[in-house]
Design a protein around this ligand. Structure first.
Ligand code: FE2
Length: 270
């Protein structure tokens, strides 16, 4: 079975359309979505409707659950919380019903387990970011004990493409656009983000997992990001830092992080 795995669409219709068009050329059997369909950008209903046309296996992300009111926006950045309030005031009852019905964890043919954030906590797993070795170890531990017997867990939430392997007790990060998965190892795989890039590379990303051949491929999709982000800007949903040119913004962010003031700036909308 060939599975196309995508995550963190974040109401970016232009990115989702381009990604689904690219996936359509790759003879995929099933679409898998790791949540955060909405948030940050403006096309919530359009993204939910388009995604549903493909009947994906889908889990809920923290932005989906905050929009439906299943969790609060406590701990969200100012920019993220503002977009949740904006979306909640406009999204259709049908989209809300769909998102509210999404599970937090699911498995696909006992071969793949899917979550938005992490596999390991029983409560609040959609909020946990697998961005440290310690947390990845905890999710690997949960994967090894998973009743499905699956050896691969797909997660999103960090918005960063990544593949992590656990074999003979050793964990390592794998790179490359085509990876052959071993039978004797466990994997945590992250397709990155369709619609809310957090690097200078604005392209959407997704993974294709061929469960029979045990091959994982990473794909990048270019689209006209300016169209999506112009709508976001007009709605007043971009962070203030986006008005600073990237050449200045990125070193500035690194400096602020080094000073330990980054979380404060995020909370206040920068
Ligand atoms: Fe996200």
């Amino acid at each position: 079975m060939r599975l196309a795995i995508l995550s963190d669409i974040h109401s970016n219709l232009e990115a989702l359309r381009a990604t689904l068009a690219a996936i359509a050329t790759r003879s995929v059997d099933r679409l898998v979505c790791l949540g955060d369909i909405v948030g940050y950008n403006t096309s919530a209903d359009e993204c939910v409707d388009l995604l549903r046309e493909f009947d994906p296996v889908c889990v809920a992300g923290n932005h989906d659950r905050a929009t439906t009111g299943q969790i609060t926006t406590e701990g969200f950045s100012h920019t993220a919380a503002r977009a949740i309030a904006w979306t909640r005031a406009r999204v259709s009852a049908d989209s809300l019903r769909f998102m509210a019905g999404l599970p937090l964890k699911a498995s696909v043919d006992d071969q793949l387990v899917i979550v938005h954030g992490a596999l390991h906590p029983d409560v609040g797993c959609e909020l946990v970011r697998l961005d440290t070795d310690e947390r990845r170890q905890l999710s690997f531990h949960a994967l090894r004990a998973h009743p499905s017997g699956a050896r691969i867990c797909a997660f999103g939430h960090t918005h960063h493409l990544g593949v992590f392997e656990l074999r003979e007790g050793v964990m390592r990060s794998l790179t490359g656009d085509e990876i052959v998965l071993r039978d004797d190892a466990y994997y945590l795989i992250n397709p990155g983000t369709v619609g809310q890039p957090r690097t200078a590379d604005l392209r959407a990303t997704y993974l294709v997992l061929d469960t029979a051949r045990r091959v994982l491929t990473a794909h990048h999709v270019g689209y006209v990001a300016e169209v999506a982000f112009a709508k976001t800007r007009r709605a007043g949903l971009l962070p203030r830092s986006s008005y600073v040119p990237a050449a200045i913004r990125n070193p500035l962010k690194r400096g602020v992080r080094a000073c330990g003031a980054y979380d404060f700036l995020k909370r206040t909308g920068w």
